[in-house]
Design a protein around this ligand. Structure first.
Ligand SMILES: CC(C)(COP(=O)(O)OP(=O)(O)OC[C@H]1O[C@@H](n2cnc3c(N)ncnc32)[C@H](O)[C@@H]1OP(=O)(O)O)[C@@H](O)C(=O)NCCC(=O)NCCS
Length: 170
């Protein structure tokens, strides 16, 4: 499969924000009434936040025809106990629908985990929506295990999440 994964550059924060919003609307738009979705997106893909995301570390998966997915890693401690530090959060992982199940997600995950290791992290964690079995299965295959639950409040809509973590072998 012709996909290349590379780090996003500082000048791409705006373009990545537009792509990231389209990915989010495609995957999770069904959870929100239209006006709430606009507010959620205005927050989640705001310029300064996307700049910070790219500064921390973001990856773009691309191939012929354009971008197919993206991921981001942030130096944030896990809200659930049980993981050795230093820890990093896999804060975003999205593949566009036509490219799911075709190895793009694995290529992004490989890049994220390699960077976390390179930074000296001992574990990586993430939060995934409980109603997203495909993602939960995918993370399970990558060695993530359940650490507990959390509730995310998105414009008054409460979404139960699972906190997952994976520990690097020495
Ligand atoms: C969650 C998400 C990243 C998972 O990625 P995915 O590609 O759908 O994951 P899948 O498990 O369905 O597909 C992976 C499969 O791709 C296939 N695959 C892997 N490499 C491949 C390759 N080189 N060529 C073709 N297929 C390949 C395999 O069947 C693989 O399964 P395996 O790991 O058991 O071998 C993706 O579905 C997504 O972006 N969803 C929408 C947004 C989302 O939910 N994000 C997560 C927020 S927490």
């Amino acid at each position: 499969m012709d996909v290349a994964v590379r780090r996003a550059e500082a000048g791409e924060a705006r373009e990545l924000g537009l792509f990231a919003e389209a990915c989010f609307r495609e995957a999770f738009g069904y959870l929100f009434p239209e006006d709430a979705l606009d507010l959620v997106c205005a927050r989640a893909f705001a310029g300064p936040l996307m700049e910070e995301l790219v500064r921390d570390a973001a990856w773009i998966a691309e191939g012929e025809g354009g971008w197919r997915g993206y991921a981001a890693l942030a130096a944030r401690p896990c809200p659930a106990p049980g993981l050795p530090g230093p820890q990093a959060e896999l804060s975003r992982l999205y593949v566009t629908a036509p490219w799911q199940g075709r190895g793009v997600s694995g290529a992004l995950m490989t890049a994220v985990l390699a960077e976390a290791r390179r930074r000296g992290c001992r574990s990586v964690w993430l939060e995934a929506f409980e109603g997203n079995p495909r993602a939960l299965r995918f993370y399970g295959r990558w060695g993530f295990h359940d650490l507990g639950g959390s509730i995310k409040d998105r414009e008054g809509i409460h979404l139960p999440h699972r906190i997952l973590g994976t520990v690097f072998s020495a």
